[in-house]
Design a protein around this ligand. Sequence first.
Ligand code: SF4
Length: 445
Amino acid sequence: MALTGMQIYKQLPRTNCKKCGFPTCMAFAMQVAAKQKAISDCPDISEEATVALSEQSSPPMKLVKIGSGDTVFETGQETVMYRHEEKFHRKCGLAVKLAANLSIAELESGIDEINSRNFTRVGKEIKVEFCAIDLDGCSNPAERAQTAADKSRLPIILSGEDPLPMSTAAAAIKDKRPLIYRATAANIDDFIKIAADNKLPLAVSAGTLEELADFTLKAKDAGVEDMLLSFKGGNIGEAVRFSTHVRRSALINKFRPFGYPIISEFESDSEEIETVLIAAAAAKYSGIVLIKGREAWQVTPNLTIIQDIYTDPQVPNTVEAKLYEIGSPNENSPVMYTTNFSLTYFSVAGEVERSKIPSYICVVETEGLGVLNSWAGDKISVEKILKALKDQKVAEKVKHRKLIIPGLLPVFKAEIEDLSEWKEVIIGPETAKEIPGFLNRIWGK
Ligand code: SF4
């Protein structure tokens, strides 16, 4: 049975020294009870208390850190099978792999491309999280690893199944704490030694689930603490079966040998198919996904899916309800309103920007609901819109009194005109993508 915060608290030193990063021992105990911290994160805990608590209190899935300094990626320590039960805590990281036959100059240019794969979507940065380099068959593993360590702004994955280049590359950049990817039945002893000697995280694969459990236990006994369970194949059904089985075993059955995050890779000659398969693996429990394609069209669909899945469903996705200026609007610029659901706001703002007509957007507080949902849920009304316009002093910004309203909600037109100084209400388009054409038609010169 899970320990309560109070049971854990009783075993702590109770000095409130804050060394664990929490203001009190009780706050730390609550985090341990919620499986978000390990008891070992308290540096002053006694040996007896550790023995008494650690098995029962440690999270069912380990938190694994890859990288060093400012470029650390954390994966694992998930607590639920389904996002709606609570949330997924750590987003899946997209890794782009560079082939072993690239020259050093080509490798450098590939790393530059990977470094540049970051985008802004709904106001948040989405980006490739790892630079992975293939080592098998190359004659200069240490030089390749060092090049990646020097040029990449991201954590490194050293990829290969041949122990010789892997041990050379791992030793060369161990201070960067790369992931050793991946141990198989053919190299397990050598790869465990490489990971243990250099104190690096290790991805482990096996032919069967039973063998995988044996391998992770063996690696743990050898001193490898941080591991990922590796799936590599060409079949999405197998990938989902694998990831569902190990996640259930870890979270529901508390089976410790599977208590690690998953890393997935697909073997496909088609870049389009690989992109689709990676999206499915990102959606179904992978902590890291590896992809060969590094073009924007290959990485952005996966980054978008990852962002959507790993958004906290319990926290409304909102922007601040205030007056936003797009471009440099003046007293003759258009004025429109929208809701504070961030996807709605950023869609509207992006299309207004694309129209090249500087505008004011008055954002109305709707508790994070979009236009139709806020109307259905009684979160928007004429009174609320007029109050937002007044509070944000919109009338002081422009000399006209024209207001563009969302095309999905035209019913407010007459009431706004009757009750306010905004005497010309213009019904805008129903979708954001129509905004540039609409604005240029009614406001362009
Ligand atoms: S480090 Fe340990 S003793 Fe100090 S506040 Fe945290 S839990 Fe309490």
